[in-house]
Design a protein around this ligand. Structure first.
Ligand SMILES: [Zn+2]
Ligand SMILES: [Zn+2]
Length: 290
């Protein structure tokens, strides 16, 4: 009896089924490997920002780059001098500032960075295209500006000498920071907001209480109203018993465990140069320099 060359249909189906099974086993670990690779790139970016801040301080008598002029001069939108209005028709629209390639950074830290690529986190880029507030149709989004993230990091708002609000409680010099390993220099915000009824787990007794924009990336990480910050910290003795309502907080998009991206963390470089994962709830604890 002669046997035909080739495979029978059954044999082919079995092979296809085995390949499909192998793929389902391998795919999740590929996804984790990709996320981990993007985290490493993000960490390298933040390391450059940390080195840049140290170099800036060395060149400026120990003074920090201003938290509002570090990336773009006159970024603050309620400053009459700001060139970034909140208007859907403007190409300099504040709400689209993070993905506007036409904006050339002119801030204090720029010449201390190695190259342009360190300004954006690759994980943020991947996620922002799907579910940033602009991708979801934010009212002030200008569709003429493609969603290609340009700037995804923010400086600690309590570091820097000037600022629109000119708050005297801020740390002007690096020598004023009580514990450089406990205070972040640069961190990340989300490409989307956390809802007020967010599902984040309890952290030292509370979930993140949020106001409208938390923690949407705008390159200005005002975690809390500066005027209220000192009182909040004084009340809590450095750890809050009464949860602050965050205006901004650290992002939750790295390795989020949920589809909405609320249950992850952000990365930050600290004043002493070390890198650390930071939860949104920890923002004020690691912002406060005194
Ligand atoms: Zn936009
Ligand atoms: Zn990142």
């Amino acid at each position: 009896m002669s046997r035909k060359n080739g495979f029978t249909l059954i044999e082919l189906l079995v092979v296809i089924a085995i390949i499909a099974l192998l793929l389902t086993i391998v795919m999740p670990s590929l996804k984790i490997a990709k996320e981990r690779a993007q985290e490493v790139l993000c960490e390298n970016n933040l390391r450059q920002f940390g080195i840049g801040m140290t170099a800036y301080c060395n060149d400026n008598n120990g003074t920090f780059p201003d938290a509002e002029d570090w990336l773009l001069m006159n970024l603050v939108r309620n400053d009459p001098a700001s060139p970034f209005p909140v208007s859907s028709s403007s190409l300099m629209n504040f709400d689209c500032v993070w993905h506007n390639a036409a904006i050339i950074p002119d801030g204090l830290i720029i010449r201390y960075l190695t190259d342009d690529r360190v300004r954006a986190c690759p994980a943020f880029k991947r996620i922002a295209l799907q579910k940033s507030n602009c991708a979801r149709g934010l009212g002030t989004h200008n569709p003429a500006i493609p969603i290609v993230p340009q700037f995804t990091y923010s400086q600690n708002p309590f570091l820097g000498p000037l600022g629109y609000l000119r708050a005297s409680v801020f740390a002007r010099r690096i020598t004023q920071v009580k514990s450089p390993s406990q205070v972040f220099a640069y961190g990340e915000e989300n490409p989307y907001t956390l809802p007020s009824s967010n599902p984040r787990p309890l952290y030292t007794g509370f979930t993140v209480r949020v106001s409208s924009q938390t923690p949407l990336n705008d390159c200005l990480l005002y975690s809390i109203n500066p005027a209220a910050a000192k009182a909040t910290i004084d009340n809590a003795g450095g750890k809050y018993k009464v949860p602050p309502t965050f205006v901004d907080c650290m992002g939750s998009f790295h390795r989020a465990k949920d589809a909405d991206g609320y249950l992850g963390y952000s990365k930050a470089v600290f004043v002493d140069g070390h890198l650390q994962n930071v939860l949104p709830e920890e923002t004020l604890i690691y912002s406060w320099p005194f």
